[in-house]
Design a binder for this molecule. Structure first.
Ligand code: 0WK
Ligand code: 0WK
Ligand code: BGC
Length: 865
């Protein structure tokens, strides 16, 4: 017993001495806490460098975007193939991911050797070998007849611009196959698989093993946002904020970044802690200068003996301690880099304390008896403000790769279905030319006496025959009804210097008035006039009035207008078929407080044309892209068969909103347009308007979002009550959502207001849907406008024509892209016309006053004759 104690003491003494000797010898390998904190700070700086667009090229830690934007959310399901290449073992797997909330994954796998002549041979042979193993696996598992998506775990630094692509930057570990660096390994494998006729596999995702590991662990622990491999090689990935990843477009949400921390120090950043042994080892490695990194005395003796050595006890103790110091330093270094990542996560989230999970895999971590404990301990020491759970990945990174593939295939399937819907709104050049020509035919129909009654584009004479000539002067009242706002205006026109001063007041038209009785509507209008005259101290003033009434009216003269039918949100009873000037006069009489000389009733397109024509005599077209949609233009009297006379011109209010009511647009009329029409106040009417104007675009988008949500493609299939509400998705939302300046986060805020809990992907799709709907509207407007300017050019027998279009309306004014797409479409469809667009700053009220002034002047002239 004494001998045992003596032996134990001697041994302990020997051990202590040996350990001290080794410690002194390997003193440089012991890293103090200060040094580790310093290395942590250096790594943080390297991460920043790698994430920066300008600094990335010279960064040693490449911070590679992986295009994995989300961790599993439990909706993943399906059958997938998975390849795991790059670790110590090469595996082929079939992964079955099931749904219905039951988060279980079944995997069948087969290991295949990675002979040196393959992994250090020629690249083509390497991928052919991998394809052969895959084919062999599928034969064995009788999967050959199945078309299965595949996730490729490829554990080497790859530059990715999308999930299903990866340019190999450099081989690491034992691999050194020729002709692969700088090429896309996904297409190399795809080509190699082509050799197997009956192999029908789609590589949907390439992931690094750290990413696969993070996803595998995140499937069980949603806190997992870091993946670490400490095996043959070492590396880590984590979920970074998109706003910090300069190399990828977009600032919203997060993306997994593969740090490739193995290269940390390649730029000399770790020179001060590298030892001669590290340099020695590096020189002997397959990639010198790149990527700068084991139990039990009995084991030690056995291993040393296997190495042909005859170790003494002292040797074994020394070797064991060397191993301890080397693995200790490895754990310390990994801990320092990991602590840097955890600190970044905490700072990104602006948290004082971070709770997170790190998914880990790799044989060194798994089988080294003390490694995990040391790593955890040092990490917790370096980042005391992080509650870190380490989760060992039981099933390797391939389960995670299958998750990524499952998400990719779900997104791909979704993408296909969403593209199918968006394609319905994509108009080809040929279709646009067709629409321009159809509109042109409808114009002719409307102008001709015989065909006018059937025409859907009414081409209504307005009795506005001349543009103001600058001699107009006086004070005029103007009413502007039919757009977003009802305005009462006082317009002072001074002749000669073409100066117009305007005072106006905006009044609301409540829905119950819009859709009440005609009498109530006109009484309300007269009430507003009274308030305005009061406000302006004009009570009792007998002023000529111009009435902008933005609805289809058949006119027999400038001051007569019979409402053909209501459009937009109006549906007041006892008005259609009535003369709206008479109805206004009766309402004024009913009030019996003041009298007005209603001189003209004009359409807002005409008022807009006149307002702009006052500044630019080339302006002979008026366009409204607002709540409603319409266009007017100056037509040759000889072409207007409904009005006597062939001299001069008259403005025609086309009321093109009705274009397509005869079915000529059915080929582009979608189910969503149908639903909007059926839910409108005037089903079957105003088809063109319902595909183009502000009153309806939001509704079309809402119908599409409901349909996509029903298909489970959006908002996890959850339709909110608010989204079911007609008119809730206002067109102004389109303008906001499509604004380039608006971050996706703000899109999500808008969706939140609609009770929709959306993901990044959801908001991207919503933005696309808004874009598709507004683009079609702008193109349809462009086709209609091209038809009229082409008609005017041909009517005047001009090879080339310059013309100005006066335009107004909130859609044209506020939508970020509408006006540009409209202009581009007109340019393409009417190349011989040089069309200037002039925005009406003052609205059509000014135009109405000018028309009133012209009418008064003409009346005056007639009286004097
Ligand atoms: C198991 C993973 C694999 C990864 C490997 C790393 O499934 O993707 O490459 O761990 O550990 P190693 O095998 O290199 O020790
Ligand atoms: C402002 C004009 C008005 C017209 C309106 C159309 O003054 O006459 O009706 O533009 O745009 P909205 O207000 O419908 O967007
Ligand atoms: C009306 C037109 C009006 C247009 C723009 C349409 O609904 O029918 O008269 O010009 O809206 O306000």
């Amino acid at each position: 017993m004494f001998a045992v104690h003596l032996m134990a003491f001697y041994f302990t003494k020997l051990k202590e001495d040996q350990i001290k000797k080794v410690d002194r010898f390997l003193y440089h390998m012991r890293l103090s806490d200060e040094t580790l904190l310093d290395i942590m700070a250096r790594f943080q700086a390297e991460m920043q460098k790698g994430l920066g667009k300008d600094t990335n090229p010279t960064a040693s830690v490449k911070m590679l975007p992986t295009f994995v934007r989300a961790i599993p959310d439990g909706s993943e399901n399906g059958e997938f193939l998975s390849l795991d290449l790059g670790g110590s073992k090469f595996r082929v797997l079939k992964v079955q991911v099931s749904e219905e909330g039951k988060r279980n994954v079944q995997m069948e796998s087969q290991f295949y050797p990675t002979p040196n002549e393959i992994i250090r041979g020629n690249g083509t042979e390497l991928f052919e070998y991998v394809a052969d193993c895959l084919a062999d696996f599928m034969k064995t598992k009788e999967l050959m007849q199945k078309k299965l998506p595949l996730g490729l775990t490829f554990s080497f630094p790859c530059k990715q611009t999308k999930l299903e692509e990866g340019i190999l930057l450099s081989w690491t570990k034992k691999f050194k196959a020729r002709g692969v660096q700088g090429t896309d390994v996904v297409s190399s494998l795809t080509n190699a698989m082509k050799r197997h006729q009956d192999l029908d596999v789609d590589i949907l995702a390439l992931v690094n093993d750290t990413v696969g590991t993070m996803m595998t662990c995140a499937y069980d622990d949603p806190y997992c946002e870091v993946g670490v491999i400490i095996g043959t090689g070492t590396n880590a990935c984590y979920m970074e904020d998109m706003s910090n990843i300069d190399l990828v477009e977009g600032d919203e949400g997060r993306m997994c970044v593969n740090t490739e921390w193995g290269a940390f120090g390649d730029d000399g950043a770790l020179e001060d802690i590298r030892t001669e042994f590290d340099r020695e080892l590096d020189l002997g490695s397959l990639n010198p200068g790149k990527q700068l990194y084991k139990e039990g005395l009995a084991n030690t003796r056995e291993i040393l003996t296997d190495l042909g050595l005859e170790p003494s006890d002292a040797d074994c103790i020394a070797v064991q301690h060397v191993c301890t110091i080397v693995s200790f330093r490895s754990a310390n270094l990994c801990a320092a880099a990991l602590a840097a990542i955890l600190t970044r996560l905490r700072e990104n989230k602006k948290l004082v304390r971070l709770r997170t999970t790190v998914g880990v895999d790799g044989t060194l971590y798994k089988i080294h008896p003390q490694y995990p404990k040391r790593l955890h301990k040092v990490v917790r020491k370096l980042v005391p403000n992080c509650d870190v759970r380490f989760l060992l990945s039981e099933s390797g990174s391939t389960k995670g790769a299958a998750m990524v593939t499952a998400v990719a295939s779900r997104l791909q399937a979704q993408r296909k279905q969403i593209d199918k819907v968006l394609a319905l709104f994509r108009l080809t050049q040929e279709q646009l030319v067709g629409i321009r020509n159809k509109m042109r035919v409808e114009f002719e129909y409307g102008l001709k006496k015989d065909t006018h009654p059937l025409a859907t584009v009414k081409m209504l004479p307005t009795y506005v025959c001349g543009m103001p000539d600058g001699t107009e002067k006086g004070k005029f009242l103007a009413l502007d009804l039919g757009g977003t706002n009802f305005r009462v205006l006082l317009v002072k026109i001074r002749s000669g210097r073409r100066s117009v001063r305007m005072y106006n007041k905006i009044f609301a038209i409540p829905l119950e008035i819009m859709q009440g009785t005609g009498e109530e509507l006109f009484d309300h209008i007269v009430q507003c006039i009274a308030d305005f005259l009061d406000y302006m101290g004009l009570k009792g003033a007998q002023l000529p009035l111009g009435f902008t009434f933005s609805f289809p009216c058949r006119q027999a003269s400038i001051d007569k207008g019979t409402l053909i039918e209501w459009t937009k949100g109006f549906k007041a009873t006892d008005c259609e078929g009535e003369d709206v000037v008479d109805m206004l006069r009766e309402a004024i009489k009913r009030r019996n407080e003041f009298d007005l000389d209603i001189v003209a009733v004009v359409n807002d397109t005409v008022g807009t044309m006149m307002t702009c024509g006052y500044e630019d005599s080339n302006c002979e077209v008026g366009l409204i892209a607002g709540t409603g949609s319409n266009m007017c233009y100056m037509e040759e009297m000889r072409n207007i068969e409904l009005v006597e006379g062939d001299e001069g011109k008259m403005c025609i209010n086309t009321e093109w909103g009705g274009f397509g009511d005869n079915g000529c647009l059915d080929d582009i009329h979608t189910q969503y347009d149908k639903e909007v029409d059926e839910g409108s106040l005037n089903p079957g009417k105003q088809r063109y308007e319902k595909m183009t104007s502000g009153m309806y675009l939001g509704e079309i988008v809402r119908q599409i979002l409901i349909d996509l949500t029903k298909q489970g493609l959006l908002f996890r299939g959850q339709i909110s009550e608010r989204l079911r509400t007609r008119g809730i998705f206002e067109t102004k939302f389109l303008s906001q959502i499509e604004s380039d300046r608006l971050a996706l986060l703000q899109v999500r805020r808008i969706l939140q207001q609609l009770g929709l809990d959306s993901t990044c992907e959801d908001s991207i799709v919503v933005k696309e849907v808004c874009g598709a709907v507004s683009r079609r509207a702008a193109q349809l407007y462009g086709a209609g406008l091209a038809a009229i300017v082409e008609k005017r050019r041909e009517d005047q027998g001009l090879e080339h024509m310059r013309i100005t279009v006066g335009v107004d309306g909130t859609l044209y004014k506020l939508h970020p892209h509408f006006s540009r797409i409209l202009r581009e479409t007109v340019k393409e469809l009417a190349p011989q016309c040089d069309v200037m667009f002039m925005l009406s700053e003052d609205g059509s009220g000014k135009g109405a006053a000018l028309i009133t002034a012209v009418a008064k002047r003409l009346q005056q002239a007639q009286r004097e004759h």
